[in-house]
Design a protein around this ligand. Structure first.
Ligand code: TSX
Ligand code: MN
Length: 601
């Protein structure tokens, strides 16, 4: 157990000692207990003993199934309710007093109405159950960029996952006692009735209420609810950014490391990029990619004017299907022990299994716990997950624990685009880069929607996660461009361009380091580029393509640009941005017009 936890007298906390900086927390816990009426209240300290007891209890009641101890020590499978397997955007609300503050990008409900609705659902919902109080810290425990929260839940599965995904327990409680401030998250799995399921955010109160789902994004409140929706609102007020971005470090043979933050919509391989292993030629030359985070990035200007970033999370809650020795060996290495799997299949000898694992084994039981029948359903749910500590990742950056964060040299936006969009381009300046982020789009895959190849705009990959009006969000991004700011360069990438034969033109995966190398060359002023109206494209001699075989069609499509196609794209972009109405910053519309007219010229 952590030393700090010994200083905390839990009996005293539960009583709510006067004058204590924890009084606010104790009062809230008492209030919630009076509403939800649990049989027991358990304050979580994050200790091994506490975790062992929770795991034993979940094995006993069937919440968890133990996996093969020889091949996957200390690893477990959770099968969720079959109707509770993903985030539910249509039931996710941002409850600001003024509807315009939530914006057209969010579902909105008035705070009083939302509280009344949720409190009715929560009334007595924990009767016969244990209420867990989980103090947690998003970000390194000693970082000024970190923020704390407390999640109250009746789900031991949530406790076990929060223990991996956040800095949970006694040290977080000690920080809350020192600061007095925390985000209040209330969660109950309820009866898992899809008609009585809501995820409500109250950014003005720094509060979250989530009922009726045990699924990660709806139930692990530190992640999407706190670290993105609530934090984005807080970040605007306090002058920082809470983004849906991976963070990686790229180390060159001279031993210099540059940090890159990158935003992609779902199904673009964010976790794979965050854990990239360079191709052999690069590795032997001394290149290395370090993983800081795979999903969320909090960044703010430092004393020197640069943006400094932390990963607020402590683990990975990644999509299992498609994770293989080829696509992501580092992720696979993380999953050999101490992992929780949700909704994957299992082999006859009880090893976790998913589509695209490609290890030569076969599934015996599917994610519903039934004998595997390919005619019925895939073995693993397409949104099945692993939860694992970041420390288990072979490429985990030691700098990820640096309380000062890492300085960001480049911000990358990207999407899945079969046509038009080249492999990489660089924005002219910050304003143009914000436009590039705001106009991001990606084509859907079967895993996400069933409808394949439909273009969805997803500004900065924040469409489901921005806790306030997108027009205000773009203005906030623009506001970082101040005298003295040493902002990162902004790029756009597309690993998914296809040829006329429908095949991918770029090898992707480890070879993406070639694109990252060009970006860092641009940051340092050494890599050549060609200016175009959409931004700067790599000069063909400026990007290392040794060992990559590209047809002339591939070269043309990956490194060229189609003026007519982009002119149409910019019409679509103006229409899309127009949907955000009169609150849209004029600087952004002007930037779009500037590009559009350059394309006409
Ligand atoms: O994650 C991906 N990345 C980023 C990796 C660092 N994926 C998987 C996306 C689904 C989550 C990719 N898929 C990437 C990519 O760069 N590129 C592609 C498309 C692609 C697929 C297969 C091949 C090449 C490109 N080639 C062969 O299978 C041989
Ligand atoms: Mn995400």
């Amino acid at each position: 157990m952590n030393a700090i936890s010994k200083d905390v007298d839990r009996t005293d906390i539960a009583k709510g000692s006067d004058g204590s900086r924890l009084a606010k927390l104790n009062e809230w816990v008492a209030e919630v207990a009076a509403l939800t009426r649990p049989d027991r209240i358990q304050w979580c300290d994050g200790s091994d003993a506490e975790n062992d007891a929770l795991i034993a209890q979940m094995l006993d009641d069937g919440t968890l199934v133990k996996l093969n101890e020889q091949t996957h020590p200390n690893s477990y499978l959770h099968r969720s309710d079959p109707d509770d397997v993903a985030r539910v955007e249509h039931l996710t609300f941002v409850c600001t007093s003024d509807q315009d503050d939530a914006g057209p990008n969010n579902h909105w409900m008035a705070p009083t109405e939302a509280h009344a609705k949720m409190d009715a659902l929560f009334e007595g919902c924990m009767a016969g159950r244990t209420m867990y109080v989980i103090p947690y810290c998003m970000g390194p425990i000693d970082s000024p960029l970190s923020r704390c929260g407390v999640e109250i839940t009746d789900s031991p599965y949530v406790v076990a996952n929060m223990r991996i995904m956040t800095r949970m327990g006694a040290p977080a409680l000690a920080r809350i006692e020192k600061e007095g401030a925390f985000v209040k998250g209330l969660h109950s799995t309820g009866e898992l009735d899809p008609d009585r399921r809501f995820i409500m955010h109250f950014p003005e109160e720094l509060a979250i209420k989530s009922f009726g789902s045990g699924y990660g994004g709806n139930a692990l409140l530190g992640k999407k609810c706190h670290a993105l929706r609530i934090a984005s609102h807080q970040a605007r007020n306090e002058g920082w950014l809470a983004e849906h971005m991976l963070i990686l470090g790229i180390e060159n043979p001279q031993g210099e490391t540059h940090y890159i933050a990158a935003a992609f919509p779902s199904a673009c391989g964010k976790t794979n990029l965050a854990m990239l292993i360079p191709p052999e030629g690069y590795r032997s030359a001394g290149w290395k990619v370090w993983t800081v985070g795979d999903d969320i990035c909090w960044m703010r200007p430092g004393q020197d004017g640069r943006l400094y970033a932390i990963n607020p999370e402590a683990g990975f809650f990644g999509v299992a299907p498609g994770t293989s020795e080829k696509s992501n060996p580092n992720a696979l290495a993380c999953l050999q022990r101490d992992a929780i799997f949700t909704n994957v299949g299992v082999t006859a000898d009880n090893q976790p299994w998913w589509e695209g694992l490609d290890d030569g084994q076969q599934p015996a039981i599917d994610w519903r716990g039934e004998p595997y029948d390919p005619a019925k359903r895939p073995a693993a749910h397409p949104n099945s997950r692993f939860t694992v500590s970041a420390k288990a990742c072979p490429s985990y950056s030691p700098e990820a624990e640096n309380p000062a964060g890492v300085p960001i040299s480049a911000i990358v936006f990207g999407g899945r685009r079969a046509s038009l969009v080249p492999l990489v381009f660089e924005a002219r300046d910050w304003t143009h880069g914000v436009l590039v982020g705001a106009s991001m789009g990606s084509e859907t895959t079967a895993a996400a929607t069933g409808a394949v190849g439909v273009m969805r705009r997803d500004p900065m990959a924040m469409k489901p996660f921005c806790g306030y009006n997108f027009a205000d969000y773009f203005a906030h991004w623009l506001s970082f461009d101040t005298p003295g700011a040493k902002l990162p360069k902004i790029f756009h990438v597309n690993w998914f361009r296809k040829g006329d034969d429908g095949k991918f033109l770029w090898p992707g995966f480890g070879d993406n380091i070639r694109v990252l190398e060009w970006m860092i060359g641009r940051v340092k002023g050494t890599a050549p580029a060609v200016d175009t109206p959409i931004g700067a494209l790599p000069a063909i001699e400026g990007i290392n393509l040794d060992g990559v075989e590209l047809s002339s069609e591939a070269r043309e499509k990956l490194f060229g640009y189609d003026r007519g196609g982009w002119a149409s794209e910019f019409e679509a972009i103006s229409d899309y941005l127009g949907e955000y109405g009169p609150r849209m910053p004029q600087r952004l519309s002007e930037e779009a017009e500037r590009t559009a007219s350059a394309l006409q010229a």
